[in-house]
Design a protein. Structure first.
Lengths: 114, 113
């Protein structure tokens, strides 16, 4: 069975400092991996995805993520966090033989302080 | 281009009642999926529909049902509402391909009292 783990309920970072949100996954075969962000009382907004190729994926709003197959991880990163990055971040996985459902992690609340 | 639209945005229902939630996908997207997001948790997959047929179902009771119409819009129906059905219900549309991202609507906040 596939699963996604986000080990940190909350990440606190000062504005201007680097931000990392961790994600590990368990799925058979080669997965497709996604990051989404959710602002209060809003739906999920797509940030980036890993399908194949380069292990470093660049996405929206200066975010990037590093895929590590041996560690089954897909950590989200931003070199310099902004206060406006404060939101709830979700990692999701989809097996590449199933174009249907996404399996989400429990989410990590990011708090960026001025 | 309009994104995924859901209606209503908020809804309050009484235990035992029935509710219908609606979703219009992005133009050109033929796949619609429904997710339930309980406060403090990640979204949980309920259904996926493609070309008006159910293509996937999550671990939800038979009180939950859905359908997709010829214009690819979709309805999620929940019967005999329980307090535990209170959640944000998210609709997502996508192209028929595993490597494409899903685009989510703003959700319907359902409160069961």
């Amino acid at each position: 069975a596939q699963s996604v783990a986000q080990p940190e309920d909350q990440v606190n970072v000062a504005e201007g400092n680097p931000l990392t949100v961790k994600c590990t996954y368990s799925v058979s075969g080669n997965p497709y991996l996604f990051w989404y962000v959710q602002y209060p009382n809003r739906g999920l907004q797509f940030l980036l995805k890993y399908i194949t190729g380069d292990n470093l994926v660049k996405g929206s709003y200066g975010f990037e993520a590093e895929f590590n197959k041996s560690q089954t991880s897909f950590h989200l990163k931003k070199p310099s966090a902004l206060v406006s990055d404060s939101a709830l971040y979700f990692c999701a996985v989809r097996p590449n033989d199933s174009w249907g459902k996404l399996q989400f992690g429990a989410g990590t609340q990011v708090v960026v302080t001025p | 281009d309009a994104g995924v639209t859901q209606s209503p945005t908020h809804l309050i229902k009484t235990r035992g009642q029935h509710v219908t939630l609606r979703c219009s996908p992005i133009s050109g997207h033929k796949s619609v999926s429904w997710y339930q997001q309980v406060l403090g948790q990640g979204p949980q997959f309920i259904f996926q529909y493609y070309e008006k047929e159910e293509r996937g179902r999550g671990n939800f009771p038979d009180r939950f049902s859905a359908r997709q119409f010829p214009n690819y819009s979709s309805e999620l129906n929940v019967n005999a509402l329980l307090l535990g059905d209170s959640a944000l219900y998210l609709c997502a549309s996508s192209l028929r391909s595993a490597n494409t991202e899903a685009f989510f609507g703003q959700g319907t906040r359902l409160t069961v009292v």
